[in-house]
Write a protein of this length. Structure first.
Length: 140
């Protein structure tokens, strides 16, 4: 079952999307979602929702607008497993090359456990909130 709004996949027993509060459908057309403008292109696809959030933050820091399309399989209220996670990052066509170059660096970042900012994994202190980072920042 699929949510026609957020496009998340749910187990057969679930009938309504708990996030969007709409009835689920049995299948979605394989096309760009209507909330993604036709001129936008797929920049990257992730199998980790945290990495996709990091990607979104890195693009925002570089003034590149993006939209996330979350196709993650959920068994309410959380994803079943990372192997079922799938998040697409869409950007305007003119920003595609720049976005892909930036997104190639996502593996070098993590999330600050205090403020949620994207931080480089080698940083000892979060540049956003100043908290001392652990050896394994959140998002690994």
């Amino acid at each position: 079952m699929w949510c026609p709004t957020c496009r998340a996949e749910y187990v057969e027993e679930i009938r309504r999307c708990p996030v969007c509060d709409v009835d689920l459908v049995s299948e979605l057309p394989d096309e760009t979602p209507e909330y993604i403008p036709e001129t936008w292109k797929l920049a990257m696809e992730y199998t980790d929702e945290i990495a996709a959030s990091l990607a979104e933050g890195l693009l925002a820091e570089n003034d590149i607008p993006c939209k996330l399309e979350n196709l993650t399989f959920h068994a309410e209220p959380v994803a079943v497993s990372q192997s079922f996670s799938r998040v697409r990052v869409w950007v305007e066509e003119e920003n595609l090359a720049s976005a892909q170059a930036i997104l190639a660096e996502v593996d070098n970042y993590a999330l600050c456990s205090e403020c949620g900012a994207a931080v480089k994994k080698e940083d000892a202190v979060c540049p956003q909130c100043g908290v001392t980072l652990e050896d394994e920042p959140a998002g690994d």
